[in-house]
Ligand binder design. Structure first.
Ligand code: NAD
Ligand code: 89Y
Length: 339
């Protein structure tokens, strides 16, 4: 299976490393408007076909899927161009800047009969997946309370300077993953109430968000995110979990320690992710999930399945982001149908 990648920036090298490890897959062309980044990625990964214009790359063709690793403003035109070119698509999060664009992108891929998956990888982190699997197997009964928490003081602005510039920051960039994990654990959401704050005076958007979600299945969850939390141990980029169910409790604590208390048992397991050959701490957790989600995409293409984090599925995660900003701006609880 042949692929092409657009956007050779900060995160794309993880995607390129992971593609190299997947059997039967080759990235045959890359594209970036920035010639320097394009050249670096092409040289590092030995990819000869290089483009500064995505439309030229699509016109030349010769690949089955495209991996869009650019930031959100370019996602809609690139997804639509990919659909016109008749290739399957993976698109990075945040999928789109608004719901109208996201819906149009899902429609474009559907109309072309092509698979569209969002690179929503946090729910694929192996530690998070161990918790999702336990919940789905009913190990702690029906969950009625959850806390999904990401609190850190890690300097993300060094590698991704654009994060300091946007009017929106933590919910759109990071909270989107944590909200998606809450969906994967507790199902769809009926209402959300959010409060946001900017602590770091050097950035434009919010770096703290606290959100209360009422899930249709009956659970209530608190999703809290912060990039202004100075504490030891620094847990970047771990998502911590605290879940109460009718038959027990589950905790995912710092350092990837999963504790399940149920049926009279109290078990703590080390669910730390491996450090892949090309990965480095503390990013290895995210990097492993890139390899897992890319493998999932390829498995789905080969087996004719819809990816778990398809474009259509991701509309519900993006809706949570939009609803959270609306709630924080208006100071009220927002029903998801409103967005
Ligand atoms: P970046 O700015 O470092 O890289 C983006 C690259 O895309 C740049 O080199 C830019 O020149 C190129 N580009 C933009 N528009 C283009 C176009 N129309 N045609 C060709 N090239 C174009 O950004 P990044 O930090 O690598 O982030 C990229 C995306 O990945 C963002 O959406 C970000 O949120 C996401 N991201 C995801 C994760 C994750 O775990 N899923 C982690 C980090 C970043
Ligand atoms: O962009 C973000 C993401 O998706 O994961 C972590 C990150 O790199 C910084 O918040």
């Amino acid at each position: 299976m042949k692929g092409a990648l657009i956007g050779c920036g900060f995160f794309a090298r993880n995607q390129l490393h992971a593609w190299r490890d997947i059997d039967g897959v080759e990235i045959v062309a890359i594209c970036d408007r920035d010639e320097g980044r394009l050249g670096e990625a092409g040289d590092q990964f030995g990819i000869a076909r290089r483009y500064t214009d995505a439309n030229e790359m699509f016109a030349d063709g010769g690949f089955d899927f495209v991996d869009i690793a650019t930031t959100a403003p370019s996602h809609r035109p690139l997804v639509e161009a990919a659909a016109r070119a008749g290739v399957h698509i993976i698109c990075q999060k945040p999928f789109a800047e608004n719901m109208a664009d996201a819906r149009a992108m899902v429609e474009a891929a559907d109309a072309a009969g092509k698979v569209l998956m969002v690179h929503e990888n946090f729910r694929w982190q192996s530690a998070v997946r161990a918790a999702i699997d336990a919940l789905r197997q009913g190990v702690i009964g029906m969950p009625f309370f959850g806390r999904v928490s990401f609190r850190s003081g890690y300097d993300v602005y060094a590698g991704q300077p654009y994060l300091a510039e946007g009017k929106r920051f933590i919910i759109e960039d990071l909270g989107i993953h944590i909200l998606d994990i809450a969906r994967a654990l507790f199902g769809e959401v009926s209402t959300i109430t959010a409060s946001t704050k900017r602590v770091n005076p050097k950035i434009k958007g919010e770096d703290v968000a606290t959100m209360l979600l009422v899930h249709r299945g009956g659970a209530t969850s608190v999703v809290d995110c912060s990039y202004a939390t100075r504490r030891e141990p620094e847990t970047f980029p771990q998502t911590l979990l605290e879940i109460d169910g009718t038959g027990g409790t589950l905790r995912l604590d710092a350092d990837y320690r999963l504790t399940i208390q149920a049926a009279g048992e109290n078990e703590t397991r080390d669910v730390a992710p491996p450090v892949l050959s090309w990965a480095e701490r503390p990013w290895h957790n995210i990097q492993e999930s890139v390899a897992i989600i890319e493998q999932h995409f390829i498995d789905c293409l080969r087996e004719g399945r819809v990816p778990e984090t398809s474009g259509a599925d991701n509309l519900n995660t993006l809706a949570l982001v939009e609803a959270a900003y609306l709630s924080a701006a208006d100071g009220r609880t927002v029903r998801l149908e409103e967005v």
